[in-house]
Design a binder for this molecule. Sequence first.
Ligand code: ADP
Ligand code: MG
Length: 503
Amino acid sequence: MNHQGDPGTERRRWGEVCGKLRGGGGKLPMVTQVGELFTGVNNFLTKVIGEGGVQRMWDQVLSEVAEKVGPIQTETWLKPIRPLMLREDILHLEVPNALFRDWLLENIMPTLQETLVNVLGHVVHITFHIATKKQGELFPSTEEKEAGKPDAPRSTTKKNGLVVNYTFSTFIVGGGNQFAHAAARAVAEGPGKNYNPLFIYGGVGLGKTHLINAIGHEAIVKQGCKSVFYLSSESFTNELISHLRRDRMDEFKSKFRQADVLILDDVQFLSGRERTQEEFFHTFNTLHQSHKQIILTSDKFPNEIDGLEERLRNRFESGLIADIQPPDLETRVAILQKKAQLKRIPLPQEVAIFIATHVTANVRELEGGLTKLEAFSSLTKNPITVELAHQVLQNLMKSGKEKEKDVSIEMVQKSVCKYFGIRVADLTSKKRTQFVAFPRQVAMFLCRKLAGASYPMIGVRFGGKDHTTALYACVAIEKRLKEEEELRTVLVRIEHLVYGNEE
Ligand code: ADP
Ligand code: MG
């Protein structure tokens, strides 16, 4: 970054920039304010392109980017951006919220940067500011609460720390979480009686926090437990520190030791925190001895948590340990449908299947995909369709795309046969009955789409047929796809078989 260029060079450069904007030579146009900003922080004078100039520059950038990314993306994601100023080599842009910023960062940066170089003639860095109420400020506050810790924005939490919507009724039971769910139910029905402690472990975004909150709600509502605490291990540590600082440890001890149910989330974060571990050890013992329920979660099995005292590890392993595995396709679809129903999002089944097929990492991403799709759909006033999902979720689907590279013709053939219940020999035979002809067309189409195979190659691998047969098959399927929505669902299901996510 060039902070302190010599004034002549600086002026020439701005001149070039502005000249470019007008499509003319290097003279500085009157409309562009080259101002001087007195910064309160450093008290130094620096050159900026003020609002009028930066707006013109931005308009130019927008019109070029629009040609590259298309009108929908431009209207939805680029038009709401407000250019604040170009100062030094940093372009400050204001976006309505964190969703915009994240989308822009994930999807548009290379195109944007390339266009800026075209327009300005040199590289500039981009800084996004989330809009605050104080519009008109040159430097809106960059404090972004949303951008905090991953679990920070739990908007609807109760006094006892429980997240309101995380109940059993909104939790979908399926492959991957059946056991943990059954254990959670048992504990909720008899806190302190069944499994104590209950230790749930599993990867990020798989529903641990949801499930243990559900236990908390149930314990209050159905079992009449008066004192239920839910908190993250981070909060537990923070409370401890705060009580220590104020010399109020007695208060801390009595607070947690009188709990009917104590739920501590993400205990892997206790790692290496000796004082917290010691305090928790005593709390644990007191509660356990008086048959009060303790519920813990972690992203690891107890003996895999480094920096955890042996005596705590033993305690953690002394009750029931239940794991949560990633959900299977059906469960993912059901979760999406549940979330859509709760948020009143009209989500056609084929779109749910499409998202669930391509977003496989965890439930949080799945939900993120749905939110993104809904935002996009309502902003552009387009209905939620498979096409729209494809367009909007490209980024989340990357892992799927990467897998596509490795798909072979055999894999497609096998999966198609498995789906239709026929043999590969049928597919490569000369038979023309509808029973075989349609699956063959589907297989050829998917060989092209997923394995990137050429028409002649497909012809050869399907029993030495001519390349026009493969071509015809692909055209035929494409045509039917436009008219038959169910066919899309069929293809999505077969794709899933191809990627081996489903038996
Ligand atoms: P973890 O604590 O394991 O990282 P969370 O409990 O925070 O995951 O889950 C992430 C998101 O996914 C939450 O919004 C949660 O409601 C949702 N979720 C996870 N599993 C399920 C499920 N089986 N049914 C419904 N929603 C789920
Ligand atoms: Mg969690």
